[in-house]
Design a protein around this ligand. Structure first.
Ligand SMILES: Nc1ncnc2c1ncn2[C@@H]1O[C@H](COP(=O)(O)OP(=O)(O)O)[C@@H](O)[C@H]1O
Ligand SMILES: [Mg+2]
Length: 632
C-alpha cells in the first residue's frame, strides 16, 4: 500500500501536528492571519476542493481493494480483478496530480501570508512612537521580525500542506473505516479517549514550553544586538567575559527550555504510535473472530487494516507538526503584541494638512512627564517666525525634551505647542514633519553613499541639488578626501567618519529638506576646532530665514540666538540676549564662569576663547571628551 502522505512529509522534511482546538490567545493570531487571505477566497476554495478530493482518493482506492479481494480473488472473477486493478491505478495517478497541485498552491498561499505579515509588521513599527523604541530593546523588536516570522513561515510554507493533507486524510480514513464495516470502526475508536487525554496534556504543557523557548530566543537576539552595537565600549572596559557570561546564561536557558520541549515530545509521539498499535491489534483480533464466525469477509479486514494506516499515519505526522505549530503560535502571540501596540502619536480625526508654515512657534505653558514626575513645568516660550532661540543649561534639565515636544515625538501632558497658532495635535503629522528639520548630537547615518545620506531628507532631489547643499555647508571638503567623493560609501551609523564629519553631513541633510522649523540638539558639542569653524559657517547658512531652536554648549553657537533661555530642572531659570545675560549675575554667567574659574578671567576672555568654550559645566564637557575619544 503506497503512502503518498508519508513520502510527502518526508520529502519536505517536515517535523509535524494534530488538528487540535487552538488555545484562546491563538485565535486572535489566526484571525489576523486569515486577513491576508482576503481577496484569495476563490484560490482557497479551489485548494480546499483539491484537498478533499486528494484525501478521498486513497480511501476510495482501499474500497476498490476490498472489492478486488472479496469479489475478484475469492469469487475467481478475473475480469473484475483486472478492472479493479486498473481503477486502483487510475485513482492513485489522479491523487498524485491533485497532491502536486495542492502542495504548490498551499505553499504560495502560505508565503503570501508571510509576506503580508512581515510588511504589516514593519509598517506598523514605523508608526510607533519614540517612547516605544526607548522602552523596548532593539533586539527584542528584531526577533519579532526575524525568528518569529521565520517560525510562522516554516509552518505556513511546509507545515500548512502537512496540516491540510493529513487532517483531511485522517477524516477520510475514519469515514472509510466505517463504510467498510461499522463494527471495526467502533473497535478502532476505543483508542479515542486516551488519545484525546494524551493530546490535551501535551497541548497545555508544550504551549507553555514553546512560549518559553521563544522568550529565550528573543532575549539572546536582544543581547547579541546590544553587544554588537556596544562592542567598542565592551572591549574598552574589558567587559567581554561579563557579556559572554550573560550570553552563556541565556544560551543555557534556551538549551534547557528546548530540552524540556523535546522531553515532552519524547513522551507524546511514541505514545500516539503505541495507541495506533493498540487500535490495530484490536481490529485484527476482533476482525479475526468475526471472520471465524462468518460475519466478515477477509478483503474487508485487509482493507480495514490499511485504512487504519490512513488514520494513524496522518495522526503521527500531525503530532510531529504540532511542535512547529506551537512554536508558530507562540511566535504569532509575540508578533501580535507588536501589532496591537497603539501608536501614541497619531493624527486626530479631522486633523488638517499643514501647508507651508510661517514658523511662528509658541510653546504654551507646557508640562510634560515621561513617567510620573514632570520633567518640564509649565514652560512658556514664544519664537516669532524666523527667530532663533537657544536653550542652555546643565545636562538633564529638559532641553532635549522640549525639542522632542516641538518635533511632536511626544505630546504635552498639559499646555500646547502651537505653530502659526495651531495646536500641533490638530495638524497632520506628516505634513508638519515635512517642514521640520532635526540635527542631533550624534547624527545617524545610514549605510550608503554620502549623497544618499544627504538625499535621505528629500529623496527626489537631483544630484545637482545634493551637490549644492554639500558645497554650501562644506561637505564637499570632506568628500574630496575620498576617491569617490560624495559617492563614498558610509557604513551603518556613520562608522568611518569623525563626529564632526557626520555632523556636517546631517546639516547638509537638514538644509536639503529646506525645513521651516529647525531643531539643533547639541549639534556642535563634541567637535574639534577646525570642523567647528566649518560647522558654524554651515549653521549660518542653515539657520537663515527659518525658525530655529538651538541647544548648545558653545558660546559661539549660542550667541547668534535672538534669545537665550537657561533651563534648570524643567523650568526657565533665566532668559535674555547674549550680552545682557553675560552682564547679569545669574545662572548663565555662572555656567560660563564655572568653566573659566573666575569673574576676572571671564571679563578678560577674547571672542575666540569664548567661541571654543562650552557654556555648560565641566561635567558636560568632560563627558563630551570621553564620548569623542571612544574608538569607532
Ligand atoms: N526617554 C526618556 N524616558 C524617561 N525619562 C527621560 C527620557 N529622556 C529623558 N528623560 C529624563 O528627562 C529629564 C530631561 O532630560 P533631557 O530633556 O534629555 O535633558 P537635557 O537635554 O537638558 O540634558 C532627565 O531627567 C532625563 O533623565
Ligand atoms: Mg539633551
Amino acid at each position: 500500500m503506497p503512502s503518498p502522505r508519508r513520502r510527502l512529509a518526508g520529502a519536505a522534511n517536515i517535523a509535524q501536528v494534530p488538528a487540535l482546538p487552538a488555545p484562546k490567545q491563538r485565535r486572535t493570531g489566526l484571525t489576523r492571519l486569515s486577513r491576508y487571505l482576503v481577496g484569495r477566497r476563490l484560490q482557497v476554495a479551489l485548494l480546499s476542493l483539491v484537498g478533499i478530493c486528494s484525501a478521498a482518493a486513497p480511501v476510495t482506492a482501499l474500497l476498490i481493494v476490498q472489492d478486488a479481494i472479496n469479489n475478484g480473488m475469492q469469487a475467481h472473477d478475473k475480469a473484475r480483478l483486472t478492472r479493479d486493478v486498473v481503477i486502483y491505478l487510475v485513482i492513485n495517478a489522479l491523487a498524485w496530480i491533485l497532491q502536486t497541485t495542492l502542495v504548490r498552491g498551499l505553499a504560495r498561499v502560505g508565503q503570501d501570508v508571510v509576506l503580508g505579515l512581515r510588511e504589516d509588521l514593519f509598517d506598523h513599527l514605523t508608526t510607533l512612537s519614540l517612547r516605544y523604541f526607548s522602552q523596548q530593546k532593539a533586539g527584542w523588536i528584531i526577533a519579532r521580525l526575524t525568528s518569529d516570522v521565520d517560525a510562522l513561515s516554516d509552518v505556513l510554507s511546509q507545515g500548512l500542506t502537512t496540516l491540510v493533507v493529513n487532517t483531511l486524510t485522517l477524516l477520510a480514513g475514519i469515514v472509510g473505516l466505517f463504510v467498510l464495516d461499522w463494527r471495526l470502526g467502533a473497535v478502532a475508536l476505543v483508542i479515542l479517549p486516551p488519545t484525546l487525554v494524551l493530546t490535551r496534556w501535551f497541548q497545555v504543557r508544550s504551549h507553555a514550553a514553546f512560549l518559553r523557548v521563544r522568550e529565550t530566543i528573543s532575549s539572546m537576539t536582544a543581547q547579541i544586538a546590544e553587544s554588537v552595537s556596544g562592542m567598542a565600549v565592551i572591549q574598552a572596559y574589558n567587559r567581554e567575559s561579563a557579556f559572554l557570561g550573560e550570553f552563556d546564561a541565556s544560551n543555557d536557558a534556551n538549551r534547557r527550555t528546548n530540552t524540556h520541549a523535546q522531553w515532552l515530545n519524547s513522551l507524546f509521539f511514541p505514545g500516539i504510535e503505541f495507541l495506533g498499535i493498540v487500535a490495530m491489534t484490536s481490529v485484527l483480533w476482533v476482525g479475526g473472530h468475526m471472520i471465524g464466525s462468518g460475519s466478515l469477509a477477509i478483503g474487508t479486514l485487509v482493507s480495514a487494516v490499511f485504512m487504519l494506516n490512513l488514520v494513524f499515519q496522518p495522526l503521527q505526522e500531525l503530532s510531529d507538526l504540532y511542535g512547529q505549530v506551537q512554536s508558530a503560535g507562540a511566535a504569532m502571540e509575540k508578533i501580535t503584541t507588536v501589532l496591537d501596540t497603539q501608536p501614541e502619536i497619531t493624527d486626530a480625526p479631522g486633523a488638517h494638512r499643514a501647508e507651508r508654515i510661517e514658523g511662528d512657534l509658541h510653546i504654551d505653558h507646557v508640562t510634560f512627564a515621561y513617567g510620573r514626575e514632570p520633567v518640564l513645568h509649565a514652560i512658556d516660550i514664544h519664537i516669532p517666525a524666523g527667530g532663533c532661540l537657544a536653550l542652555v543649561g546643565e545636562s538633564g534639565g529638559g532641553k532635549s525634551t522640549t525639542a522632542k515636544l516641538v518635533g511632536r515625538f511626544y505630546d504635552p501632558d498639559d499646555g500646547a505647542i502651537r505653530v502659526d497658532g495651531h495646536d500641533l495635535r490638530e495638524l497632520e503629522l506628516r505634513s508638519y514633519r515635512r517642514q521640520l528639520g532635526v540635527v542631533l548630537q550624534d547624527p545617524f547615518l545610514f549605510a550608503g553613499s554620502i549623497s544618499d545620506n544627504i538625499r535621505f531628507a528629500h529623496p527626489d532631489a537631483t544630484d545637482e541639488m545634493v551637490a549644492d547643499v554639500a558645497q554650501a555647508v562644506g561637505v564637499d571638503r570632506i568628500a574630496r578626501r575620498f576617491e569617490a567623493g560624495l559617492g563614498h560609501t558610509v557604513r551603518e551609523g556613520g562608522a568611518g567618519l569623525s563626529a564632526g564629519e557626520r555632523q556636517l553631513i546631517s546639516i547638509a541633510r537638514a538644509l536639503l529638506a529646506d525645513p521651516r522649523i529647525l531643531i539643533l540638539d547639541e549639534a556642535t558639542s563634541n567637535i574639534d576646532r577646525p570642523t567647528e569653524i566649518l560647522i558654524e559657517r554651515a549653521l549660518d547658512r542653515l539657520l537663515h530665514g527659518r525658525t530655529s531652536i538651538i541647544i548648545a554648549h558653545r558660546l559661539a553657537t549660542v550667541r547668534r540666538a535672538d534669545e537665550i533661555l537657561v533651563i534648570e530642572h524643567g523650568r526657565i531659570a533665566q532668559r535674555g540676549r547674549f550680552d545682557d545675560l553675560l552682564e547679569a549675575d545669574g545662572p548663565f554667567r555662572r555656567l560660563a564662569m564655572e568653566l573659566k574659574g573666575s569673574d576676572v578671567q571671564l571679563q578678560g576672555v577674547s571672542d575666540a576663547d569664548l567661541q571654543a568654550s562650552p557654556v555648560t559645566g565641566s561635567r558636560a564637557s568632560n563627558s563630551a571628551r570621553v564620548a569623542s575619544s571612544e574608538p569607532e
